[in-house]
Design a protein around this ligand. Structure first.
Ligand code: URA
Length: 192
């Protein structure tokens, strides 16, 4: 059974329950709780990160730590606000140990949940934050540098790639490029 057949019929409450009950990969045993996603379930904007970190694992909400503060500021810079026409989700719903990158099998198990979230939200534009989200959604193995600046397509939904806020915290010089990506995103949204 593929992802669409597996979760294709689920509504929001059913999907949330499936994620809560999921033990499909080894991540669940090591995390406090699943982190489903947050925001406007009919948002035009969908931001997708990698997976919960320590703060998110404790709070049950994506992007609530330092990277989350930067994401909120990035949203503010383009006049957006968490929860207001914006939905925020991650590729994996459980925190990887020591904040390592999620492994291929973990992504493969969890991606159908994100795919169903996208199908239910039907956003006008997806912003993939960082390499894990970009490659998972585009089915590629490419660098952010090679993917940014182009309008990609996720099953008919335009998708723009930018740097992950946690990377921007470590490499503040790249913030100018992220700003370019956000401007590209607002320009794109205006034309949709
Ligand atoms: N990094 C992510 O990719 N997602 C979060 O929710 C927090 C940090």
């Amino acid at each position: 059974m593929n992802a669409r057949e597996t979760f294709g019929g689920l509504d929001w409450p059913e999907l949330k329950q499936q994620v809560r009950d999921c033990t499909a990969c080894k991540l669940r045993a090591g995390c406090t709780q699943t982190v489903f996603g947050v925001g406007d379930e009919q948002a035009d904007w969908l931001f997708v990160g990698e997976g919960p970190g320590g703060d998110e694992d404790a709070r049950g909400e994506p992007f609530v730590g330092e990277a989350g503060k930067l994401l909120d500021n990035m949203l503010l810079a383009i006049k957006l606000k968490r929860g207001n026409n914006v939905y925020i989700a991650n590729v994996v719903k459980c925190r990887p140990p020591n904040n390592r990158n999620p492994e291929a099998d973990e992504i493969a198990q969890c991606l159908p949940y994100l795919q169903r979230q996208i199908a239910l939200i039907q956003p006008k534009l997806i912003i993939a934050l960082g390499k894990v989200a970009s490659n998972a959604l585009l089915g590629k193995d490419a660098s952010i540098a090679s993917l940014r600046g182009t309008l990609h397509d996720y099953h008919g939904i335009p998708l723009i790639v930018t740097y992950h806020p946690a990377y921007l915290l470590r490499s503040p010089m790249e913030k100018a490029k992220a700003w370019q990506d956000l401007c590209f995103a607002t320009d794109t949204m205006q034309k949709l």
